[in-house]
Design a binder for this molecule. Structure first.
Ligand code: HAM
Length: 424
């Protein structure tokens, strides 16, 4: 049997890859406008990094990581997300000492989680994420959220729902934790064995349980919003005020807890409301993580960011029936008739490509009709025909396939002619 692609991964072939390139370009362009600079970190890290940051009671760490021992007996893990690596690199490279603060970074690349594959959920997926480190100003929370919204809105998506919550500071979270333990403890046997463990290790994770989501105990669980101290309440109010100032609509949902341990204060997700989107409607998630840099050995640094997968973004575009304005077609196809013409075509094609034109020719000794067909399929705007008669006159005939116009142009003027007449 032939070897097949691993479960939960995809080949992205020409014809589809252009959509990826389009949205990746949009992400880079947005980051430029918001002044976030790209950071590239390794695909694998020491396993310890994710245990300490994502948290050892999370689903990601407990069952989804691709962890292996290398030949030097080190435990390494394919990165399941980008925040931990970014903060590790920020600390390791002492970026907190750079003159321009906060440090605003973005990344785009493959992440790996051993999840049950389905539409919108892969084992290898590409995250685009941003992280702003070094500011505890609620205005930066609003900026991060606004960049995420802009990413979807500028691509034409309309059926979006922004959900925000506050997980509060350490004091608020520990008060909430005590309340959660008090709420779940008497009836914990009604919940799954994972939740029973979570009661001891991290009761907040119970609210994130996929199995017991609908259990009545979940609906009556104490809300974090009732346990926020004054400072946390004020912080959350400011974030909301700034979102409103930017005209960004949102809903507060106290049940939004996120699946990673490093969050404090602001947490948010953008969901798709589009019909037929499928079971997984979360397009993007993020939040503030003020203790993370310190947790992995750096100075006490506030941080906030988000990540989205390109896969889910493309699914959302499909669900809303949005066609991306991807330019197809090439500028010119060079048809050569006979040996002498073939020789000329080699240098002509080279010259045209150097002039920044998109050019193709035949490499399979096709007949003239088949070469014209190929030009059609490639949606060439022009066909340059090199035939014996024209070559005698050091020229070629150029046909505009869109208008049907045909004219004879001398060989050394072809690139200028094409540059002047091609569609932009
Ligand atoms: P997350 O919620 O685990 O957060 O993932 C963020 C996004 O990654 C999801 O909303 C989804 O778009 C995408 N995603 C996650 N898992 C999969 C999957 N198996 N297949 C396809 N897409 C997936 C984080 O990763 C945090 N690091 C976000 C963050 C950045 N928080 C602060 N800064």
């Amino acid at each position: 049997m032939s070897i097949q692609i691993p479960r939960g991964t995809q080949d992205i072939l020409p014809g589809v890859v252009e959509r990826w390139q389009y949205v990746e370009e949009k992400a880079r362009n947005l980051c430029k406008r918001f002044n976030y600079k790209e950071i590239r970190t390794p695909i694998f890290e020491h396993t310890e990094l994710f245990l300490r940051s994502v948290g050892d009671t999370t689903d990601i760490v407990q069952r989804e990581m691709y962890t292996f021992t290398d030949r030097g007996d080190r435990s390494l893990t394919l990165r399941p997300e980008g925040t931990a690596s970014t903060v590790r690199a920020y600390v390791e490279n002492k970026m907190y000492g750079l003159p321009d603060q906060p440090t605003k970074l973005y990344y785009m690349g493959p992440m790996f989680r051993y999840e049950r594959p389905q539409s919108g959920r892969y084992r290898q997926f590409v995250q685009f994420g941003i992280e702003a480190l070094g500011s505890a100003d609620p205005a930066i929370d609003a900026e991060v959220i606004s960049l995420a919204m802009a990413m979807y809105q500028e691509l034409g998506l309309k059926k979006l729902k922004l959900i925000i919550n506050s997980l509060g500071d350490q004091e608020s979270r520990s008060a909430h934790r005590t309340a959660l333990t008090g709420h779940f403890a008497p009836n914990i046997k009604e919940l799954c064995s994972d939740c029973q463990n979570r009661l001891e290790t991290n009761p907040l994770r119970i609210l994130d349980c996929k199995k017991d989501r609908e259990h009545p105990l979940m609906k009556t669980a104490p809300s974090i919003l009732d346990y926020l101290n004054e400072e946390s309440v004020l912080y959350f109010k400011k974030v909301q005020q700034y979102l409103s100032a930017m005209g960004i609509e949102y809903q507060v949902d106290s049940r939004l807890v996120r699946g990673l341990d490093y969050y404090s204060h602001t947490a948010f997700e953008i969901m798709s409301d589009a019909e037929g989107f499928g079971a997984i409607t979360t397009l993007m998630g993020g939040g503030r993580y003020n203790g993370l840099a310190q947790e992995i050995g750096g100075p006490d640094t506030p941080g906030i960011g988000f990540a989205l997968s390109i896969e889910r973004l493309l699914l959302a575009l499909e669900a809303e029936g949005i066609d991306l304005p991807i330019s197809k077609g090439i500028d010119c196809y060079v048809v050569a008739l006979g040996e002498k013409a073939k020789d000329v075509s080699i240098s002509l094609v080279n010259e045209l490509r150097k002039a920044n034109l998109t050019v193709e020719k035949d490499y399979l000794d096709k007949k003239i009709k088949a070469q014209f067909k190929a030009a059609d399929r490639l949606e060439a705007q022009f066909v340059v025909v090199l035939g014996d008669d024209e070559l005698e006159r050091n020229s070629a005939s150029i046909k505009n396939l869109k208008t049907g116009n045909q004219e004879e142009i001398s060989l050394n003027e072809i690139s200028t002619f094409l540059l002047e007449n091609k569609e932009k």
